[in-house]
Design a protein around this ligand. Structure first.
Ligand SMILES: [Zn+2]
Length: 289
């Protein structure tokens, strides 16, 4: 994979000025070693200028640079997509649909559509690797408790699983956040299966659902204050992010969790965030309905 390089505002404006510029960039990212037909693997193609698609010389399948990605069948200009990616990547706190609509003079619906898909690409990218080794894990609750309702594990609020992998020297590496229906072993096992390499060690508190988890070792000795430090730092930072940018509450939390994780996992390379995010969008394969 090509190295991600920082890009200045001036460079961005020059490099993504026209639809053709954006299309050429997407082609390079999607087919770094030259065109490959997704149907038959053929390498030779005709370029159909009017349709902006590559037609395979072997099976005649037509493929556009956005087909199968989160940009599939988009009606928005590609330049708008790249502006949205740029604004999303360069605003440290994340950008809301309202903010994006205002900056790009779009309808709220179009801005919302762009952000949902960009966050889908973020998730896709992070799913390329699994957490491994030593992992702190805990659960957290989102949204304010209703008056008179329970707090803590029996609450009706949205629940999320939080997992942070770390080095032997206790430095945090990668983060995953996932909405879970409850804190049963089955739900936590789903989180493990989708995010953690078999053989890893999970550090957790004394919740009864943990010891029965399969494919991982459980270290449930984290009872003391200050244990599971990195999951608690991540939870605090996520809640601040949600509050600052999205005013704390939203219907479907998972896309915001995905955005937070994508940023967190690239926190040592903030200047490269645009390049990394545009690459994530160009090569995404999540088809959202
Ligand atoms: Zn083909």
């Amino acid at each position: 994979m090509a190295k991600a390089t920082p890009i200045s505002f001036k460079e961005f404006r020059t490099k993504f000025a026209t639809e053709d510029d954006c299309r050429n960039y997407l082609f390079e990212e999607r087919f770094p070693d030259g065109f490959v037909c997704p149907k038959c693997g053929g390498r030779e193609y005709y370029y159909l200028k009017t349709r902006h698609t590559c037609q395979c010389k072997n099976c005649r399948r037509q493929t556009s640079v956005t087909a199968g990605t989160v940009m599939n069948r988009t009606h928005l200009p590609l330049t708008i997509w790249f502006w949205a990616i740029y604004l999303c990547a360069t605003d440290k706190r994340g950008i809301s649909a309202k903010g994006l609509a205002r900056q790009l003079e779009l309808s709220y619906e179009s801005a919302w559509y762009l952000l949902v898909r960009i966050r889908g690409a973020m998730k896709d990218r992070d799913q390329n690797y699994m957490l491994e080794g030593l992992i702190e894990m805990d659960e957290a609750y989102l949204g304010a408790p209703k008056r008179g309702k329970k707090r803590g594990r029996g609450t009706e609020r949205k629940k999320m699983a939080v997992a942070v992998s770390k080095t032997e020297n206790d430095c945090p590496l990668f983060l995953r956040l996932q909405i879970i229906p409850d804190v049963t072993t089955a739900s936590l096992q789903d989180v493990i299966n989708g995010n953690v390499k078999p053989g890893s060690t999970i550090e957790c508190d004394g919740l009864k659902s943990y010891p029965a988890l399969e494919n991982v070792s459980i270290d449930a000795s984290a009872y003391e204050v200050g244990d599971l430090k990195w999951v608690h730092v991540a939870i605090g930072n996520f809640k601040a992010f949600l509050l600052g940018t999205y005013h704390g509450s939203c219907g479907d939390y998972q896309p915001y969790l995905n955005e937070f994780c994508f940023r967190y996992n690239r926190r040592f390379h903030p200047a490269e965030l645009f390049t990394r995010l545009s690459r994530a969008v160009a090569t995404s394969c999540t088809l959202l309905s």
